[in-house]
Design a protein around this ligand. Structure first.
Ligand code: ADP
Ligand code: MG
Length: 301
């Protein structure tokens, strides 16, 4: 097969591993910098161009689109879909997953366990929003945050009010969430490929840190997940419409609660902690499922 990887940097671990796995399995693979792509949307024959060259004949495209380039990246991916190229994850699913609030609404509608979450846009309702999620301590999150930046634990009512008012004063979109204390600064990342959890890890935040992000000094270890965690991860990926997803959950007293579903999950932590060839499984999924024009939406919607 001829596979395109949409990534800004071919030296990134996940990109390198996907190239390696694809070549090992006998495929032709090219890393394409999305920001260098341009397109002809008006014509009858949609095409993506790259440094003067038409990107034709690809069978599959793997989006590895960073949060900061979601908008343009999704447009390039959509164009590939219009050309009939099989996307590992579809553009519609990708943009869905990048909006935390939209994701939580979709998941809650289908009965997935979530931390109790509030959302507001005007500061006059702050007290009520905090009480809606059970009162302090609460976690306040910037909707556009990643890698733990913009996630704040407010331990008292007063702290919560001032953090929320501060963020709102900056016109930032935020959500307010019940603090799952019993998670103990750890979360579970399940890597879902084609409707199966192929690897899982437990990330533990550094001492004194409630955020378990590896970028914030957390450490990753293998973990045995429960059947409920497994089915929650698979269902969450499917509700989001993602073939490949990193589903992050907290272990709450009443069972797993999903925090977010990542559409370009990093492979380094999960491959090194689990010892599994996740990149190889992703390429194998493309071999099995990557038929021309096979998408749920073909970029529509
Ligand atoms: P980001 O997108 O920046 O990674 P997350 O929502 O995943 O933001 O939050 C970062 C980390 O903070 C999580 O991995 C988790 O360890 C911790 N965390 C987030 N929300 C909660 C919560 N409601 N209760 C307890 N810990 C939380
Ligand atoms: Mg996270």
């Amino acid at each position: 097969m001829k596979i395109a990887i949409l990534s800004r940097n071919r030296r990134l671990y996940s990109t390198r591993r996907l190239v390696e796995a694809a070549e090992e399995r006998g495929h032709k693979v090219r890393v394409i910098d999305i920001l260098r792509c341009y397109m002809n949307i008006a014509s009858h024959k949609p095409m993506v161009y790259y440094r003067g060259e038409a990107l034709e004949d690809f069978d599959a495209v793997i989006p590895r689109i960073g949060a900061s380039v979601t908008f343009y990246g999704a447009a390039v991916l959509r164009q590939f879909e219009m050309m009939g190229v099989f996307p590992l994850n579809e553009s519609v699913a990708l943009t869905r997953s990048r909006d935390k609030l939209r994701s939580l609404q979709l998941l809650s509608r289908r009965g997935i366990g979530l931390p109790v979450t509030g959302f507001a846009s005007k500061p006059d309702d702050v007290e009520h929003v905090i009480s809606l999620v059970g009162g302090a301590p609460v976690v306040v999150k910037l909707l556009e945050g990643t890698q733990g930046i913009g996630v704040v634990l407010a331990e008292t009512q007063k702290a919560a009010e001032s953090v929320i008012e501060g963020f709102m004063g900056l016109k930032a979109n935020i959500l307010v969430q019940e603090f799952i204390k019993e998670a103990g600064g750890a979360d579970i990342r399940c890597l879902v490929v084609g409707g199966k959890v192929v690897a899982a890890m437990k990330r533990q935040g550094a001492p004194g840190e409630f955020r378990s992000n590896l970028h914030r000094g957390g450490s990753a270890n293998t973990v045995k997940i429960t059947p409920e965690e497994r089915s929650t991860a698979v269902r969450a990926a499917s509700i989001m419409g993602l073939n490949v997803a990193g589903v992050d959950m907290l272990r709450a007293n009443h069972g797993p609660v999903v925090m977010e579903v990542n559409s370009s999950p990093g492979l380094e932590g999960i491959e090194s902690s689990s010892g599994k060839d996740v990149a190889g499984m992703i390429i194998k999924f493309i071999e099995d499922e990557g038929k021309k024009g096979k998408t749920a939406t073909r970029g529509k919607g």
